[in-house]
Design a protein around this ligand. Structure first.
Ligand SMILES: Cc1cc2nc3c(=O)[nH]c(=O)nc-3n(C[C@H](O)[C@H](O)[C@H](O)COP(=O)(O)O)c2cc1C
Length: 193
């Protein structure tokens, strides 16, 4: 550790190492306030962004707007021939958490300097920063996508031409402790050149 790092900074990193996704059925009120939401989006904007392209934008669905999203999710499941049970579950995916953040990628496939994979890396960084900020503010969340991100009607509700609907981060307060997680050893991914 850098000797100039404060004990506060160490505590922050320790907290980051405890970040986990929480299933939507365990996300309850309260969700973040508007001020907290803006902080969360500021964190997203700190993702490493080659060329400062900001290859993403966000659309928040909270309160009564979730019912409109539930209608969209359900109609998509019906179109895909899902069972009544699956269709009901799709409604729940929109209604359970206090708030959802749609992640909309804006990838410039023909950018002369920044290839698409670098822009996607930035989108991933934004998603991670959102999840970390949610966690650091005492909330919990989970990113979900599924087949419906490719449903033309749902895509049309969120995206302009050329944009990609990446999924939704559900956000709320965790109603339970996280379950046991599979260990991911550092040595499996770390080498020195
Ligand atoms: C773009 C993206 C889409 C995802 N879509 C789904 C999904 O549709 N269903 C799912 O179970 N997990 C999905 N995940 C994974 C979960 O959000 C979560 O990361 C995973 O369950 C591991 O949990 P952890 O974040 O606690 O490590 C997605 C993750 C990302 C980044």
């Amino acid at each position: 550790m850098n000797p100039s790092a404060s004990s506060d900074a160490s505590a922050c990193v320790a907290r980051l190492l405890n970040r986990y996704s929480m299933g939507i059925k365990h996300l309850v009120e309260p969700g973040p306030s508007e001020v907290q939401l803006r902080t969360i989006i500021e964190a997203a904007l700190r993702a490493p962004d080659h060329g400062e392209l900001v290859p993403f934008r966000f659309c928040v669905i909270g309160g009564a707007a979730r019912a409109r999203l539930a209608d969209l999710f359900e109609a998509s499941a019906v179109r895909r021939g899902k069972s009544a049970e699956s269709c009901a579950l799709e409604r729940e995916r929109a209604l359970r958490a206090p708030l959802l953040i749609a992640i909309i990628a804006r990838i410039d496939l023909y950018h002369p300097m920044v290839p698409a994979h670098e822009q996607w890396a930035c989108v991933g960084g934004a998603v991670t920063n959102i999840l970390n900020a949610i966690h650091m503010l005492g909330f919990a969340g989970k990113m979900l996508s599924g087949e419906k991100v490719r449903d033309a009607e749902i895509v049309g509700a969120f995206c302009q031409p050329g944009e990609t609907l990446t999924g939704w981060i559900s956000v709320g307060t965790a109603a339970k402790q996280p379950g046991e997680r599979r260990a991911k050893p550092v040595d499996d991914v770390l080498s020195f050149f």
